[in-house]
Design a protein around this ligand. Sequence first.
Ligand code: G6P
Length: 372
Amino acid sequence: SAAEKGGYDYFMLKEIAEQPQAVADTLLGRLTEGGEIMLDEVRLTDQDLRDVDKIFIVACGTAYHAGLVAKYAIEHWTRIPCEVELASEFRYRDPVLDRSTLVVAISQSGETMDTLMALRHAKEQKARVLAICNTNGSTIPRESDAVLYTHSGPEIAVASTKAFLTQLVACYLIGLHLAQVRGVKYADEVGAVVAQLQEMPGKLRDLLADIEPVRELARDLKSAPTVLFIGRHVGYPVALEGALKLKELAYMHAEGFAAGELKHGPIALIDQGTPVVCVVPSPAGRGMLHDKIVSNIQEVRARGARTIVIAEEGDTAVLPYADHLITVPRTPTLLAPLVTTVPLQVLACEIAAARGHDVDQPRNLAKSVTVE
Ligand code: G6P
């Protein structure tokens, strides 16, 4: 009913709007003033965490994209090698696992069979399993050695939104906690990142208050034969997630690419008017990331693409190449997916609605897939 949807047309829009609170709830009680991460409920001893020499993240769908983002953050902060794997592929390729492997299983529902089978395989091989889950008492956390709940509240829409953002937050917390416990060099950054995480609910509120231009854009794009998404670094998984959302909800052809790979093939797809959504990192970030993607945007535009640029407020370098500009609040590079994903969720939702689809119950999909 309309009341259940809190006045929104769809559960998905309601859940998008709940993201600032959901992120705050995931952080609640887990950060101290002094910049310590407290994951008391995660029943792995500090010694267990110090013994970890390799991390695998296993998940499906949107949760897998959270894992892809997590790899960048976890490796940077902890210096522990981290691989991300589709749960449905994991056990069949005979991965190298032992007592000092930490397997992180990410699942909103906690019931996804592919993810459950991956974690069972990991446990048989003596790896330690940590679940990131939104559903209290579900199967995946029950079978794991430890669990970090995201506390984002029930998610009804099939396409995941607030669960994704809070999975990201949970991954950041785990990465920072591991860095602190192990006392690695990047542990110094933890306090600063904690402060930045605490600012995220406010930034998300600002972003959502200003989302109208994305709706207009959706009406414009609803008949496009394909939409491409490009990003680099953590913007790459965001591009994958943006494309997945569009497939799931609008039944449109969409694909996400690492922007640097364009020249190795996908750029051949660009034709006059092809919409390309470009996820741009902060110009304040280290390295050449920002400049590199600005030249990727120029490249696709020179070949006729219509560019939809998601960039930080005040990023003037992208202006000459953006046919449409969507700005997001200033955010440090590793945390940027928390903001850059949101306009892509809204875009997919509004395109689907404009095409007359059932946003909350897309055809052929289930919220929780309990078969392999
Ligand atoms: C299904 C849903 C997706 C979801 C995936 C993983 O395929 O349609 O939206 O991302 O399962 O779900 P989980 O509950 O394990 O996060």
